[in-house]
Each structure stands twice: as C-alpha cells, then as structure tokens.
Ligand binder design. Structure first.
Ligand SMILES: [Zn+2]
Length: 446
C-alpha cells in the first residue's frame, strides 16, 4: 500500500546485543554504540535517524568541498555498517565512515546532492525509542514567486486530510502487528480519491508517504494550502484490549469531555516526541495569533461536521460512546478553519484490527467522512468569483474593486469562503482588520 519512498528506505535495526565490530577501546563502558539506522525520505527532506545506546557528544561540520558534511561522534562505535544503507536516497549521494582519534571517535562523511542542507539534533529516550541522533537533510527552499493576487482562479473547497503519525512514529500497534500509521494513510488516500471526484473540491494530503510531519508542520501545511476543513485520521490503541468502537473528536479549550478523551489527546499530542521535532526550526516558524471569534465560529462548524461523521460511523460499525468527544488536541488548534479528529477504531482490539486492515472497511470509513465533506460543501459553499484577466492585474488602478458588506453572523472565514478568497488574502486586502467585525462594515474582497 505504501508508495516508493518506503521501498527506498532501509531498515537496519539490529539487536543491541550484537558484538562490537572494529576496535574496542579500553574503557568500553563509556562508549556509545550506534545500533540502528533508519532513513525516511519525505517530499521536502530526508530524515536519517541513528539509534544510540546512550547520549553522545557530536559535531556536524561542513567540509571544504561543496555538499560534503562531516558528522564526528566522540567515543562511538557502530555495530552495523552505515555505508551500505544510503543507496538511492533522493538527497544523499554517498556515505563514507572511518575512525579518528586513535579509534575512539567515529566519523561519517555525507555527500549531499545539490540544493540540500543538513540540520541535526538529539532526541532523548521515550517509551518507543532510546537516544537518537537525527540528521534532517532539507531541500533548500526556492523563493516562491507569488502569483499576482488580483488574478484569481476559481477557488475550490479545500479539504486537508491528515493521516496521523508516520515515519519514526508508528502510532499504535495492533495485536497482530498492524501499524496505525499505515492504516490511516490508506484510509486518507481513499478519502482523497473520493474528494478528487468532486469538481468543486480539492484534497491536500498533509503527509503522502511513510515519514513524520510534526504537529505544527501539519497545521502549517493545512494553512498554507488555504484549507477550509481539516480531517485528522487515526486508529489508536488502549491499554485494555477490550476497548473498541470508532469516535470523533473536536477541540476543547477547557476540560476534556471524558477521561478517555483526555487520555487520547495526551497520547496524540506526544507524537512529536516519538516522531522527532527539530525545535530550532519549529520555534522560528510555528506561531499564530489567536483570534477568538474566528476560533469559536470554526469550532461550531467542526462540531456540526463531527456529528455527521459520527452518525455515518454508527451505520458501519460500533461507536465508542454516542457523542462527539472533546479534548485538547494540538492538531485541532488552528483557529482558521474547522477541524476534527476521527479515531476509526481501536487497533489494539483484535477484532477491530482485523476489520481496519480490510480494504472494504477502509473504504466505508472514507465514505463516512466524505458524507460530512459534502454537507460542508452544501452548507458553506465557495462562491465562484470571476477570474480577472492578467491585463487587469497588471493595471490594478483600472480593475474593479469588489466590496463585501458584513452581515449578522459573519466571521472572517465565512466571508472568505463566501467570496472565494483565502483568509490570508482577505487580511492582506484589508490592512488593520481587527478581530471584531461590525454589521455593515465594508471589506475589500479583491
Ligand atoms: Zn493516532
């Protein structure tokens, strides 16, 4: 089911008990062993993960020649070969390793392909992994040329589909070994197909393969693609094997609606610790102002749609409780658009695990979510706006300015949807726009 990136990945995890290769320094108890390596190619970066049996002092430096980077790890010994694992990666040309400092230090030289830069960070142990050293090889971002804002194409209703977990983070693992990350990607792809059949809709896959996207990165991707709705898909586990049934969650700013909802949110929110987040990169770019009015309007719509999904899920299987659950999920915290999280079932329940693995049930799940998407499109349609000619765009002074007059119950996002512009363009066109709209207020929409 998984796409080619998975085939390119080599999984060379070895048991930690293998004997050390090469020279063994005298103070063996102070030596860090590299006992596993994983590569996760994503569309914009490749993540290289080294499993270590303890912390390590390391340095990542650029060498004189272009594209060459040197990773030097003090007092380190690999117990597997690193050289063989990087064939065919879209960003790595070659890897060479050697020992330095009388055999005490281990050096890895990576030759990167053109237009790739490296960042590294350490991850502390958690319930899934021990110490990890992560190397992220990013495509250097090209400066995007913004299309002239006046030339608007027909806007389509955009649904961001977020398949939970991925890459380093397998999500929950079933009794028979099914991984949540695989099942939810498969359901997400089925939903994508259904959306693509609709001429007025567009699906944006937050992750397209087996790699990890941070929770912040997921929200950013949805915002960048001007999502009108976000659906996050999961299939979680619980400590009790008897727990079963599908459920739908929306964001709660206050208390979780039940102990289980709180537990689920806690579990989902820890994904970054397992999947691995480059904190330096994250903190520089993940920040947005809270807009209360916007948020509560979108939460209301999210709840409406979640109820529709829940009703549909009831027709195809068991539910875990008869109501939409509420809890503080990080993935649902963007105030710009309505969102929901669908737990398709408990992968830790043997009967549900079996069902979740079948194409037929996955299709039914996608169908249930699609019902809500269609309702959303009907209730909150994107109004077609006549595209302006590029001539008009180059002479904005002669282009006709369209104005929207605020009505009762309007919010910025409902106006954006109705007028066929994105929320960000609406803000750009109306500088100084506050959070409070007043009835009769005029807003530029082109
Ligand atoms: Zn999950």
């Amino acid at each position: 089911m998984d796409s080619t990136p998975l085939d390119r990945r080599r999984f060379l995890q070895l048991a930690g008990s293998l004997p050390l290769l090469g020279t063994i320094p005298a103070a063996a108890d102070e030596v860090t062993s590299i006992y596993g390596i994983r590569l996760w190619p994503a569309p914009d970066h490749t993540r290289v993960v080294l499993d270590l049996d303890r912390g390590v002092d390391y340095k990542l430096t650029k060498s004189g020649s272009p594209g060459k980077i040197i990773l030097k790890m003090s007092q380190t010994q690999p117990i597997l070969s690193l050289d063989a694992m990087v064939k065919d990666d879209p960003r790595l040309k070659s890897v060479k390793t050697w020992f330095a400092n009388g055999g005490a230090d281990f050096v890895v030289e990576f030759v990167l392909l053109k237009g790739v830069e490296a960042r590294s960070f350490l991850l502390p142990p958690n319930e899934n992994y021990g110490h990890r050293l992560v190397l992220d090889l990013h495509n250097i971002e090209q400066k995007r040329t913004q299309p002239p804002s006046a030339v608007r194409q027909q806007r389509k209703l955009t649904i961001a589909i977020d398949a939970g977990h991925g890459g380093e983070d397998p999500g929950a693992v079933g009794y028979k070994g099914a991984k949540e990350k695989r099942i939810v990607l498969s359901v997400a792809r089925r939903l994508e197909k259904l959306i693509k059949r609709e001429p007025r809709m567009r699906a944006v896959m937050v992750r397209k393969g087996d790699y990890y996207v941070s929770l912040g990165g997921r929200v950013r991707k949805a915002r960048r693609s001007h999502a009108d709705l976000l659906i996050s898909i999961h299939a979680d586990g619980f400590k009790k094997r008897s727990a079963h049934g599908a459920s739908v969650f929306v964001l709660s700013n206050k208390r979780a609606s039940s102990e289980m909802a709180r537990w689920m949110a806690r579990r989902e929110n820890r994904a970054d610790r397992i999947g691995g987040v480059d904190k330096v990169r994250e903190s520089s770019s993940f920040a947005y102002a809270l807009r209360d009015m916007e948020r509560s309007a979108n939460q209301k719509v999210g709840l409406e749609l979640a109820e529709i999904v829940l009703g549909e899920l009831k027709k195809i299987g068991d539910l875990h409780g008869n109501r939409v659950h509420k809890a503080s999920f990080a993935i649902l915290k963007a105030p710009d658009f309505p969102s929901m999280l669908v737990e398709t079932g408990f992968i830790t329940n043997p009967r549900e695990e079996k069902k979740l693995r079948t194409a037929a049930y996955q299709q039914k799940l996608a169908g249930a979510m699609m019902k809500a998407v269609r309702q959303f499109a009907q209730r909150y349609p994107v109004v077609e706006s006549a595209p302006l000619s590029s001539r008009a765009a180059s002479r904005p002074s002669t282009a006709k300015v369209n104005v929207y007059r605020v009505r009762k119950g309007d919010t910025l996002s409902s106006i954006a949807r109705k007028s066929g512009v994105s929320l960000s363009s609406l803000r750009r066109l109306n500088p100084g726009l506050g959070d409070m709209l007043s009835i009769g207020q005029k807003l530029r929409i082109n």
